[in-house]
Design a binder for this molecule. Structure first.
Ligand code: ASP
Length: 305
């Protein structure tokens, strides 16, 4: 019966990172457009901590009624390899609503870092090793994964500094308190365009429309360096099928909204094709990404207690 009237009150979209960061930016655009279709407000709630696992655990345990849902990125696939005591299973403890958008990342340095290009940076990092600080949004955050890939590529372990999200990590980079940050274009573009940071390259295999003059990190000599951020929307396991179907419809409608398309396009994000904006599209992708990253992270021996 409840499913027939869903939603009869506002829906909370739980965001695992700080307000003003890339996940938050995508989430707010989505929430606004989803609420138009649902006829109820979709409230963004930022629940921070432990690379997104605090928020995911919270939603896994929430009432399975569709009123508390989660948006998360690649961290959903990587957390089981990083956290020994994870209280949820990403592949079992959720209903899958659909994928949202893919976002490229950018490797940035503080404005006065004495390296102009990716190859200068490789030399600088090799000479300065753990004196170089690398910001991230916590263990399992995409910024941390990108940092790990960079460390692997240059064979140098740097000094990693965790923040609660890209918001504070970027503030530290802009203030010159940290040397490097690899993060999504959704937050970094305005600072790149205003020349407030050094840009060493984009993480995608091809150059991106939003930054046509920026080389890829592969062009900069970092062979095989490839990373993109994807987002999915989840509900707690046991949410009735009619409710998840209604949420999937609202997600698909939101992604057709020209305002959302324009906003995401300006930020370098790409809305995924409709067949990925589905429960099956998300679940299959989550499994693919879990199979790709978890063994890799285990070999790298990165984990929390
Ligand atoms: N970009 C962050 C990450 O590294 C999260 C955020 O603040 O959106 O995962």
């Amino acid at each position: 019966m409840a499913a027939d009237v869903f939603p009869s009150k506002s829906v909370t979209l739980v965001v695992p990172f700080s307000a003003g960061g890339p996940t938050d930016v995508v989430s707010r655009a989505l929430a606004q457009a989803m609420s138009k279709d649902l006829g109820q407000s979709v409230i963004v709630e930022n629940r921070l901590g432990a690379g997104g696992t605090v928020a995911a655990a919270y939603v896994a345990r929430a009432q399975p009624d569709g009123y508390t849902i989660l948006i998360h990125h690649n961290g959903m696939a990587t957390a089981p390899a990083l956290y020994k005591k994870l209280s949820y299973n990403p592949l079992k403890d959720f209903e899958y609503i659909g994928q949202v958008a893919d976002v490229p990342m950018t490797l940035l340095g503080r404005k006065d870092l004495p390296a102009a290009t990716a190859s200068d940076l490789v030399k600088y990092v090799s000479q300065n090793k753990d004196k170089v600080s690398l910001a991230n949004a916590g263990l399992g955050a995409v910024s941390q994964l990108c940092g790990l890939l960079f460390e692997e590529a240059v064979h140098v372990k740097m000094n990693s500094i965790p923040y609660q999200g890209t918001g504070p990590a970027l503030t530290a980079l802009l203030g010159g308190q940290v040397d490097l940050l690899c993060d999504q274009t959704t937050s970094t573009l305005p600072h790149i365009n205003a020349n407030r940071v050094k840009l060493y390259g984009v993480t995608t295999p091809k150059r991106i429309k939003a930054l046509p003059n920026a080389p890829t990190l592969q062009e900069g000599g970092l062979k095989g360096f490839e990373m993109k951020v994807w987002h999915g929307v989840y509900a707690p396991k046991g949410t009735p099928p009619a409710v998840t179907a209604r949420l999937t419809k609202a997600l698909q409608q939101a992604l057709k909204d020209p305002m959302v398309a324009k906003r995401l396009d300006e930020l370098g994000a790409e809305i995924v094709p409709v067949d990925k904006q589905t429960p099956e599209g998300l679940k299959t992708w989550l499994k693919t990404e879990s199979d790709k990253w978890q063994p890799l992270l285990k070999t790298m021996k990165v984990e929390a207690d």
